[in-house]
Write a protein that binds this ligand. Structure first.
Ligand SMILES: C[C@@H]1N[C@@H](c2cn(-c3ccccc3)nn2)[C@H](O)[C@@H]1O
Length: 446
């Protein structure tokens, strides 16, 4: 049975306000990891390493003090937030999640609460502001990534084991609150905060403080969107409180992985954040292992939307601020597909149809319009559809060409085949189903 919680989740079920409904409908987002780690780009003294490039400071053999002095070399002459925002627009991203401060503690905005910022670099200027303004101009919503864990701050602790730790961490908590209020005050148009670096015991023990801070941020910015990774409940439970209720507004558990079925998302909103290589968020000059193709990433987008989530693809700009060619090419490939098929992605969600081998269903929120996103054309050319009870399929046509229609062949009570014409399908395509809800013989609506 339920336990009484002071600092568990304060809401059950999805948020129904306009800000969250807009976020829910985004479908496709861009993540950008940029900071000092982009300067070494996964290598140190000519030796290429395989770990995640944004974690290089933590690798064995890397002199931490030398890494920490990289702010004096930070001068991204090729940085142009407008061109980043244009790339995102062309890809079809509806929002961007941007690293204000990663685990290394370097702030891409001129924070008043630490010297470890762009203000103390040759570049000097406010990068967060440039990004927020450029993406606002493109009509792309901005969410700010913030790492609580801060390797640079002298008062950061992994755990609190002594009086000294406790005194230091109280200072760190004030510093963290100050920076978050500073970000929400400096950049009032941002729609949310994406928290990371919140798994260590020191922070997990701060249930009351973090709960109050979340309340304060939401009061300062009504409609603010905060995920499940920010805070733990008073029993140290993260993402889901001691009663199994989601913390925050959406589940932030899908990092480099995608749910395989609807039961995995427990009726919550969620995002999946994904890297192009296996595990590189910050720029790594040597991309090793499997590099995802445009088709793979389009399919991941379709899978996420079909299960009611958002797919957020990561970009890792170089130390000079330019985006690498491989990422520009992927953005263009995804964008070309989105230009034709975006109706099946934006403001769509779980359709409630059984998953079929040929691909994914999505449903336009608030309508009976169903999309079939086809990735695996069967040898038979017959696309099987099992509709929810007694649903009527009124029309079936290609999204890209409404004159190309299909006559559903009913093969059982609720099952149909759509027969594709012979021919190749070099790109995934979408079929639109105009449907009507089922009627029982006695006229009762389902
Ligand atoms: C969104 C992604 N989250 C950061 C991360 C955190 N971790 C991690 C690694 C070991 C234990 C706990 C967390 N691995 N990657 C990555 O650096 C990136 O920012």
């Amino acid at each position: 049975e339920k336990v009484t919680l002071l600092h568990g989740s304060h809401r059950t079920g999805k948020r129904t306000d306009a800000a969250m409904e807009k976020w829910r409908g985004h479908g496709l987002g861009q993540f950008i990891h940029w900071g000092l780690y982009a300067i070494p780009g996964g290598a140190w003294n000519g030796k290429q390493y395989n770990g995640a490039a944004e974690w290089i400071r933590s690798w064995n053999g890397i002199p931490k003090s030398t890494y920490d002095s990289l702010n004096y070399s930070f001068n991204p002459t090729a940085f142009d937030a407008k061109s980043w925002a244009k790339t995102a627009k062309q890809m079809g991203a509806k929002y961007v999640t941007f690293t204000t401060k990663h685990h290394d503690g370097f702030c891409l905005w001129p924070s008043k609460y630490t010297k470890y910022t762009v203000a103390n670099s040759p570049y000097k200027k406010d990068i967060v502001k440039a990004v927020v303004d450029a993406y606002d101009q493109e009509g792309i919503d901005v969410i700010l990534y913030f790492s609580v864990m801060d390797w640079n701050h002298p008062d950061w602790r992994y755990d609190i084991k002594s009086k000294e730790d406790s005194i230091a961490f109280e200072r760190f908590k004030k510093f963290t609150r100050n920076q978050l209020i500073e970000l929400l005050t400096n950049y009032p148009t941002v729609k949310g905060l994406w928290f990371d670096g919140t798994w260590d015991t020191s922070w997990v023990k701060q249930a009351a403080f973090a709960d109050e801070l979340e309340t304060e941020m939401r009061k300062l910015r009504p409609g603010l969107i905060i995920g499940s990774r920010f805070r733990a409940d008073e029993n140290g439970k993260r993402h889901f409180d001691s009663n199994g209720v989601l913390m925050g507004d959406y589940e932030q558990g899908w990092e480099r992985k995608i749910p395989s079925r609807i039961e995995d998302v427990h009726g919550n909103d969620w995002d999946c954040v994904m890297t192009v290589p296996e595990n590189q968020w910050g720029y790594n000059a040597a991309w090793n292992g499997h590099i995802k193709t445009g088709l793979e990433l389009i399919e991941m987008t379709a899978r996420c939307v079909s299960l009611g989530g958002n797919f957020v693809l990561n970009f890792g700009p170089k130390g000079d601020g330019s985006i690498r060619q491989e990422e520009l090419k992927l953005a263009a490939e995804i964008g070309d597909w989105m230009k034709i098929n975006q109706q099946a992605i934006y403001n769509c969600g779980y359709a409630g149809y059984d998953k079929q081998d040929w691909g994914y269903f999505s449903k336009k929120t608030g309508t009976d319009k169903i999309y079939m996103l086809v990735f695996n054309v069967p040898v038979s050319g017959a696309l099987r559809i099992k509709t929810p009870a007694k649903t009527v399929i009124k029309k079936a046509s290609l999204l890209a060409d409404a004159t190309e229609t299909f006559t559903p062949e009913q093969i059982s009570g609720d099952e149909y085949f759509l027969h594709l014409k012979k021919g190749t399908h070099p790109q995934p395509f979408v079929i639109v189903l105009e449907t009507a809800p089922g009627q029982q013989s006695n006229g009762v609506k389902y």
